[in-house]
Design a protein around this ligand. Structure first.
Ligand code: F6R
Length: 242
């Protein structure tokens, strides 16, 4: 089932998404959260931190698996997703760092790293709630438009449009890594619940295409139409075409 929650603006969207995640953590304190980076979930994480500080949320038994990580960036690199997660969530709440997981961007052997990450996800017992953002080209995680849906963790070459979109966070476009490790589509689809946060007019077209157009690997997020429990949490602008 697809549910759509609309907030007036980014902050309201973030609060609604945080409410869904908080409900998950409260009803299953040892849940597994699948987490995303990027601009879309920052407000959601801020709200969760706020509720944690007020004593309303406890992350001590929560485990996390992140969607993706750039290849070649170390944990200390301020552009790495490891760094992002620490800055925007982990270091502010009582999560056990040993229960947080991301692909290792510095892994020498790509195949082994993909295998390791698949096993990490399996050994957590699967994802209870997967938080996602969506790229302008319909990517989820770094599953870029392709001829087939990639199933499990793999290394991807980032699309030119993704490099351009993410360049805003780097000093210059050439610094954006060209490859990233990402969870596959099958793994994302196996999450019990999917919550996708989306904000801004520039995402309106892809939201319409992904959720109301044909299901195709050319628009990776379109596969979510086949998932049983998906919430789109958006602001008015992002939901303006649906
Ligand atoms: C990030 C990720 C990406 C982003 C997407 C949207 O971990 O997997 O799929 O969710 O690129 O990014 P923002 O939110 O910055 O527009």
């Amino acid at each position: 089932m697809l549910r759509i929650y609309c907030g007036e603006n980014y902050d309201e969207m973030s609060r609604k998404a945080a409410n869904i995640i908080a409900a998950q953590v409260i009803t299953k304190p040892d849940c597994v959260l699948g987490l995303a980076t990027g601009s879309s979930p920052i407000g959601t994480y801020k709200q969760l931190i706020d509720w944690y500080e007020k004593g309303d949320l406890d992350f001590s038994q929560v485990s996390t698996v992140n969607l993706d990580e750039y290849q070649g960036l170390s944990h200390e690199d301020s552009q790495s997703y490891y760094y992002f997660m620490n800055e925007n969530l982990f270091k502010h709440v009582n999560i056990d760092q040993a229960h947080t997981n991301l692909p290792n961007g510095l892994a020498k052997n790509v195949e082994e790293e993909c295998e390791r990450y698949n096993k990490v996800i399996q050994s957590c017992g699967g994802v209870d709630l997967q938080l996602l953002g969506i790229g302008h080209n319909g990517h989820i995680g770094f599953n870029e438009p392709a001829e087939v849906f990639e199933k499990e963790t793999h290394l991807v070459e980032l699309a030119e449009s993704t490099i351009k979109a993410n360049a805003r966070l780097f000093e210059n476009e050439n610094d954006v890594p060209r490859h990233a490790f990402t969870m596959g589509i099958k793994t994302i689809m196996q999450a019990k619940k999917v919550v996708i946060v989306v904000s801004g007019e520039d995402k309106a077209k892809i939201i319409k295409e992904a959720f109301f157009g044909p299901v195709t690997p050319k628009v990776p997020a379109s596969i979510l139409q086949m998932h049983n429990d998906v919430c789109i949490v958006g602001d008015k602008a992002a939901l303006s075409l649906i």
